[in-house]
Every structure is written in C-alpha cells, then in structure tokens.
Design a protein around this ligand. Structure first.
Ligand code: CMC
Length: 436
C-alpha cells in the first residue's frame, strides 16, 4: 500500500482541534483512511458494525469490483480461470500468487495427493456423531480435530508448518466431506484414489462402493471442478474474516479453518445454497411456477421474514460473475444428464426473470449470487442438499488458508481486537440477594 496524494481531515464541532489522517491507495479499488492513531489522538473509536466501510486488512489475493460485477483471483478474471484452469491450478495461484507451469502443477498435484488419506483413527472420532447429524456440524468437529491428529503442523508462526497444514487441509477436505456423507447413509468409507483428478477422486469417495467399479463421468467431474474454482476465495467475507480473526490469536491453522467452517454454515453466507434449494423445492411442492407471483409478494413484504435465497450480495451490486458461470454449468450438466426439463431449473429461471424486472429488486440492486444455481447443479450431480455447504467449505478452504498465511506473513499483523460503543449500565453496586 502506498500513501495517497491527499490526506483526510477530521474536524469536530465541539472546538477540539481537527486531526489529519493519512490516506493509502491500493493498486485498484477504493482508497482507505488510516484511523489507527485516531483513539490515541482523540479518545474516540470509529463505529462500523457489519464493516460497511471498513477495510480490515491489506490483501493481494482477491479483488472484487461489485459495481462492475468483476471478480479477480491474483488479477485473473474468474471467467478465464473457470474456463481454462482446474481447481488445483487455482489453489496454486491463490496460495503462491502464480499459475503453475506443467512441472509445477505436477509437483503440486503430487504433494496434495500424498496427503489425501486421513489418520485411520479419525473414522472412530466420526463414528461418535449421530448418523443424522448435519454434515456441517460434523465438518466443524472433524476439521478442528485435525489439530489433534497432525501435531507436526500446528505452529502457525512456523512457515514450514503453515505450508504442510495448507497442503493437508486442501488434500483432506474432500476425504472428510465424503466420509461425513458415507456415514450418514451407512455405507463404508472409500479410501482416496490418487490416480484420479481432485474432483474425480471426490466423486469416487462419494459415490463408489467396494462392491462395484465406479467410472467418473467427465462432464460431472468438470462441473464439480468448476464449482470448486468459483468458490475458492472471495476476499474478506464473513468466514474468511472469521479465519483471520481466529488465527490472529496465534491458534493453529486447523482450529482457525474450523472457525471458518462454522461461520460459513449460516444461511446468509454459505448455507444459502442449501436454503435456496429448499426454497425452490417448497415453491415446487406448493404448485410450482404458478405460485411464483405469490411467493414474490411474500419476499417483498418486510413482515413475512421471507427472503429470496441466492439473491443479493453485500459487495455485488451488479450480476455476480460466479452466478453467470454457474448458470452455464447448470445448462451443461442438465443437458449431459438428460435433465433439460428439470422443473427446479425452470422454476429458478422464472424466479430470476421476475426478480430482475421487479422494482423491489432493481432498486436495491439485488441479483442472483453464486448460490442461486449451484444447488441445482449439485442436486443433478447427486449431491444431497444437506451436503451443499460442505462442498462450499471444501472449495473455500484454500482461500481461507491463503488469507490466513498472508495475514501471518504481514509485518503489520496484530491480534484482532475490535472495540465497542458501550450502551449498558454504568458502574453500580451489588445489592444483597434478600434486598433485590
Ligand atoms: N431477498 C429479499 N430482499 C433482500 C434480499 C433477498 N435475498 N437481500 C437483500 N434484500 C433487501 C434487504 O431487505 C434490504 O432492504 P431494505 O433496504 O428495504 O431494508 C436491502 O435489500 C439491502 O439488503 P441488506 O440486508 O442490507 O444487504 P446486506 O449486504 O446486509 O446482505 C446478504 C447481503 C447476502 C446477506 C443478503 O442479500 C441476503 O440475505 N441474501 C440471501 C442469502 C444469500 O443468498 N446469501 C448468499 C450470499 S453469496 C454467497 C456467500 O458469500 O456466502
């Protein structure tokens, strides 16, 4: 970051002297006003719940231009990455800053493949969960538990530990998600097959059984890989900020990523894909396209508490570029599987069309986000609805680690410690219980 030409001046109406605040520029995007000395100079904090105007860090990983609907990983547009690169290339890019050449890709793929198995003891840990536990409950537990199994990569201040934990997490997340699924349906766990691609191996662990040969469908493999690429990072969203804040205490990487998994679960964030599909299924069950108008009236009624899931975004005030790619993938997958007339896909398109023409959505700049179509693709692939957010967590893990490692390597890194505007009772004395 570099000092901008201008400075900000903060003045007060109570006669206190104005103060000057430095302004910094990034390479693209809005400048930031540096308020770090504000409290020392004025005794005041800034107030920004929800971080509407606050840059919590400097980062060189992902850039979003919400007005243009643009998403760049290390400068590369998401459309180009989703079309020309696979997920492991994208992981390399996010972690190390550059796209690998053929040799570097082979080396990285081999390093990841070396770590796809999990400690055999982990399945006994997993067996402690109820079979009907939500996969995200299991994932939060399993990812946190990795720190109990891999003691040699838990020192966040050691670059080698950070590197090995990064590779381990990327390699083991598909194994853990697939184990959570197999456990829920009572089938044996399938060990990873390292001669398959990253997404091919995941499909194998999900859908193969020891009884029969399983052949990976290349259309599904590519679609899943694209889902992973589209979800790999998204700058300082809620779960990434959670990972950074959690990691800022110096806790181990597995614990910090487990915090990210927990945050992602919520329906306003990663849980929206599950909530979106449930919403589509409910509308379908209540009468389908003929009921869309009625449903939209509920969405627009503030008192109903109903939201159009998969719509709206804090940063995108134009079409989410990931949603465009996801809609394309949806078309491809449904055609390849002979599901062109999938009623939920038709319903989603009808909802989108109405929303994009309705003043409620237009005036609030609400567009489909990545979750609007991803559930339909995943459902067509055969992934159960409850596992959708687990797939998101699997894909986002690389982004979380890249952001965590960037934070730890930043010389300006400090433990995160927000302040508050206190609105509770001033000091008071405890009254003896008999007299209260
Ligand atoms: N349906 C109906 N109204 C909406 C929606 C929606 N999906 N999203 C926002 N609004 C309204 C909201 O009620 C508010 O109206 P008003 O100005 O009259 O009070 C206005 O639009 C602005 O919304 P906001 O809640 O102030 O925006 P935010 O930036 O705080 O929230 C959001 C962003 C993603 C949480 C929200 O749009 C939402 O809840 N969407 C549905 C859940 C969803 O799809 N989440 C996935 C996000 S993308 C994947 C990810 O990052 O995890």
């Amino acid at each position: 970051m570099k000092l901008a030409d201008n400075k900000a001046t903060l003045s007060f109406s109570n006669g206190n002297a104005p103060i000057e605040l430095p302004v910094y520029s990034g390479n693209i995007g809005p400048d930031v006003v540096d308020i770090r000395k504000l409290y020392a100079q004025t005794g005041m904090f800034t107030y920004d719940p929800g971080f509407l105007s606050t840059a919590s860090c400097q980062s060189a990983i992902t850039y979003i231009d919400g007005d243009k609907g643009e998403l760049l990983y290390r400068g590369y547009p998401i459309e180009q990455l989703a079309t020309n690169c696979d997920f492991l290339e994208t992981c390399h890019l996010l972690l190390y800053g550059n796209l690998p050449d053929v040799a570097a890709k082979a080396d990285f793929t081999k390093r990841v493949a070396n770590h796809t198995m999990v400690n055999e003891q982990m399945q006994f840990f997993l067996r402690g969960f109820r079979r009907d536990a939500h996969p995200m409950a299991i994932m939060t537990g399993l990812v946190g538990a990795l720190s109990a199994f891999y003691h040699d990569s838990t020192d966040i201040n050691n670059p080698e530990h950070r590197e090995i934990s990064a590779i381990r997490l990327i390699a083991k997340m598909p194994t853990l998600v697939a184990m959570a699924y197999k456990y829920s349906i009572g089938q044996p766990f399938m060990y990873p097959k390292n001669n398959l691609s990253y997404s091919g191996n995941f499909l194998h662990m999900m859908f193969a059984t020891p009884c029969e040969d399983y052949k990976v469908n290349p259309v599904i493999e590519r679609a899943l890989d694209r889902i992973f690429v589209l979800h790999a990072d998204h700058e300082q969203n809620a779960s990434t900020s959670t990972v950074r804040l959690c990691g800022s205490s110096g806790t181990n990487p597995f614990a910090a990523i487990a915090a990210g998994v927990a945050c992602l679960w919520g329906p306003a964030h990663g849980g929206a894909n599950e909530a979106c599909l449930n919403m589509l299924e409910e509308i379908q069950a209540s009468g389908g396209i003929s009921k869309v108008g009625e449903f939209m009236e509920k969405v627009k009624d503030k008192n109903s508490g109903v939201k159009l899931m998969g719509f709206g975004h804090r940063v995108y005030k134009n079409y989410d570029p990931r949603a465009k790619m996801m809609q394309e993938t949806c078309d491809e997958v449904l055609a390849a599987l002979g599901l062109e007339n999938d009623p939920l896909f038709k319903l989603a398109k009808a909802l989108e069309k109405i929303a994009l023409e309705d003043d409620y959505f237009v005036s609030r700049k609400l567009y489909p986000n990545v979750d609007f179509y991803s559930g339909i693709v995943q459902r067509a692939i055969g992934i159960p609805v409850k596992l959708f957010t687990g797939i998101f967590a699997l894909a986002r893990t690389v982004g979380w680690i890249a952001q965590l490692n960037e934070m730890i390597s930043d010389p300006e890194y400090k433990i995160g410690r927000p302040r508050q505007l206190f609105t509770g009772s001033p000091r008071r004395d405890v009254v003896a219980i008999a007299k209260r």
